[in-house]
Design a protein around this ligand. Structure first.
Ligand SMILES: [Zn+2]
Length: 278
């Protein structure tokens, strides 16, 4: 089965974003790259992203756009479409900010049909809306019609402007019930405040998945002792570049006392099924 990283970030160059975020990222990136700008400048091509996958033995990577300008640097849909163009191993996920787009559902349709996007990521804690906000219901109806998965950032974020209350995954339950054929993904599995909610939704709702990006794989079974039971609903992601390479996370996951079948599903089998990958 392929290895699929469901959570990889990309940013526009030159950087556009609030000073608080850039300062935060400068501190985060100081050791590995020198500064946030030096990091972004190094990863402006699809080839550079493919090299990151190659170094870690990852077959496919989901590349996430990010349009939440009050909280983080922008990774525009155009940037992500350009990085992924002609590179089937890089799978573009769009970002739609419902406050910045006049007709979010029509924009999603355009991005999928004309720009090749294969999924949608929303950032409730960065842009201050709840996942079940009626403003987004036309977007969910469109995503269901287009058969693309939707993922939401949930749980904490260390970015200074993020607001936690929007990160409770329980609000995704409304969406899962109202759109039963929509694949709904709880990114970061509600870390750490709402692990139980994320797990319960993944177990209860046939269309809800939990993604484990940003969680230390070594601790996964402390957080989710019954992970094996939902192993067909769990997606691996690294949250690169918040880790310098995906390798450590993959090895730590492979070392967990789970069945081989569960590990294969989590590391890529589930993602391959959802995204129609070989
Ligand atoms: Zn992330």
């Amino acid at each position: 089965m392929p290895v699929v990283d469901f959570h990889i970030h990309a940013y526009d160059w030159p950087i556009s974003g609030p000073a608080s975020f850039v300062e935060f990222m400068d501190r985060e990136m100081a050791r590995a790259y020198g500064s946030f700008a030096k990091f972004v400048e190094r990863y402006t091509t699809g080839a550079a992203y493919e090299r990151v996958l190659d170094e870690a033995g990852v077959d496919y990577g989901v590349i996430l756009a990010e349009v939440a300008p009050i909280t983080s640097a922008i990774g525009s849909n155009e940037t992500v479409a350009r990085l992924c163009a002609g590179r089937p191993r890089l799978i573009p996920f769009a970002s739609i900010n419902p406050y910045l787009v006049e007709n979010p559902a029509r924009e999603l349709e355009r991005l999928v049909r004309e720009r090749g996007f294969r999924g949608l990521k929303l950032y409730p804690t960065y842009s201050y809306f709840y996942p079940n906000d009626p403003l987004l219901y036309p977007v969910y109806a469109k995503a269901q019609e287009l058969r693309i998965p939707v993922k939401w950032h949930t749980g904490t974020s260390t970015f200074p402007a993020a607001r936690l209350k929007y990160g409770d995954p329980v609000h995704i339950d409304d969406v899962a019930v109202d759109f039963p054929d929509l694949v709904a993904i709880i990114t970061h599995s509600g870390r750490p405040l709402w692990y139980d909610t994320a797990y319960t939704l993944a177990r209860m709702r046939k269309n809800v998945y939990m993604e484990i990006a940003g969680l230390p794989p070594k601790r996964l079974l402390d957080y989710f002792p019954d992970l094996e039971r939902v192993s067909d609903k769990v997606l691996f992601g690294s949250d690169w570049p918040s880790v310098p390479t995906m390798t450590g996370n993959i090895e730590a996951l492979r070392a967990l006392p789970l069945s081989d079948g569960a590990k294969e599903l989590i590391l890529g089998g589930n993602a391959a099924r959802l995204l129609g990958l070989a």
